[in-house]
Design a protein around this ligand. Sequence first.
Ligand SMILES: NC(=O)c1ccc[n+]([C@@H]2O[C@H](COP(=O)([O-])OP(=O)(O)OC[C@H]3O[C@@H](n4cnc5c(N)ncnc54)[C@H](OP(=O)(O)O)[C@@H]3O)[C@@H](O)[C@H]2O)c1
Length: 302
Amino acid sequence: MGWRWLGALLLLPVQLLWLAGKAAACLVLPPRLRDLSRESVLITGGGRGIGRHLATEFAKRGARKIILWGRTEKCLKETTEEIRTMGTECHYFICDVGNREEVYQQAKAVREKVGDITILVNNAAVVHGKSLMDSDDDALLKSQHINTLGQFWTTKAFLPRMLELQNGHIVCLNSVLALSAIPGAIDYCTSKASSFAFMESLTLGLLDCPGVNATTVLPFHTSTEMFQGMRIRFPKLFPPLKPETVARRTVEAVQMNQALLLLPWTMNILVILKSILPQSALEEIHKFSGSYTCMNTFKGRT
Ligand SMILES: NC(=O)c1ccc[n+]([C@@H]2O[C@H](COP(=O)([O-])OP(=O)(O)OC[C@H]3O[C@@H](n4cnc5c(N)ncnc54)[C@H](OP(=O)(O)O)[C@@H]3O)[C@@H](O)[C@H]2O)c1
């Protein structure tokens, strides 16, 4: 027993070096992308914003069926028509992911009308955009229900069948704010940090489940309606991402079975700085970059 333990201990750094080398090689070698032609993809919040671009990107890359969930029928209908004109089967369902009963009901309706879902993209989210003391209690609860708990219900609804089929992928559109919070969006940052832990736990829990994987994407500010009005100090140095870029990189990450994706890659520096600098130095970075006050001009969706 002692020798086996010692052997495993000595082997671990070798394994870690091998895996790190393999990951580095993947950065330069052309990626091998998974075929999507048998996959049915459900995207929450698929009617507009990044969700709409995700739908077109999955369709472009050959997904078999696209299913959109959201609350605003007009956007869902428009996106569905766009995907159908691309020659891909597409359906939409009105579903508030913050409402557990509605999620289970609509998941059943999807199974009956469309069949099994093999890729679930948890993309729907809201931001209230106020400080804790200025926030209405119900608004604070709403963002936790939609951004965090919604993923519990959608994942519980679709994961069991993926495990049976030994074919599935759970994707989470998270945010860099899960790792580095800002003032003025306390509801959002809390929900995203919580959702990050949810995905970390889920991803590790799937290690023993062949054919079922997970991807968490953490984008920087993206030019959709979500953070309208938000201003950072050096927009030329840190320009917002385009939603189509986020969508393209997300679908690529699914096809490459990448567990974690920070966008842009420079956000990795932020993670390193956070783990080595003292709080006072981090505060200076927040003040210098303007992230400290960026939500003062926030308008959101009007
Ligand atoms: N924009 C950014 O700067 C940014 C940065 C990093 C990460 N992200 C993340 O990327 C994802 C997409 O954001 P986005 O920028 O595309 O935002 P967006 O343009 O505001 O779109 C949000 C989507 O979520 C849907 N949604 C909201 N509440 C819902 C609910 N209760 N049930 C079902 N659907 C709901 C909306 O559709 P309906 O209104 O029709 O329901 C809409 O399709 C989010 O998870 C967000 O946190 C965004």
